[in-house]
Design a protein around this ligand. Structure first.
Ligand SMILES: [Zn+2]
Length: 88
C-alpha cells in the first residue's frame, strides 16, 4: 500500500528539508568538506521535486506557489484547502 500524506504533513516535510539544507550549509561553512556541499545539493533537489509534486491544491491540482504565502483558500480555484485530507 502506498503511504499517503496530508497537505499539513507534506508542509512539515518540506520545511524539514529546508532546515536540513540550512544546517548542512552551516556545517560546510565550518568544516568545508565537499561531500557536505554535494549532500546539500541533493537535499535541495529533493526539496524542489517534492515541492513541485506535493505543493498543490487538493481541489484543482494547481501549484500553490510560495509556502508561507498560502492561506486557507486556493488562489486558483478559490476552494478552501483541506490541510488534513490524505492524498497520494
Ligand atoms: Zn485550487
Amino acid at each position: 500500500m502506498r503511504r499517503t500524506w496530508s497537505l499539513r504533513e507534506k508542509k512539515w516535510i518540506l520545511n524539514g528539508l529546508l532546515c536540513c539544507a540550512g544546517v548542512l550549509i552551516l556545517f560546510f561553512g565550518l568544516i568545508q568538506f565537499y561531500w557536505i556541499l554535494a549532500l546539500t545539493a541533493a537535499v535541495i533537489v529533493l526539496f524542489m521535486v517534492l515541492f513541485w509534486n506535493w505543493w498543490r491544491c487538493p481541489a484543482c491540482g494547481m501549484h500553490l506557489g510560495r509556502m508561507e504565502a498560502q492561506g486557507k483558500f486556493c488562489t486558483h480555484c478559490g476552494q478552501a484547502i483541506d490541510w488534513d485530507k490524505k492524498q497520494s
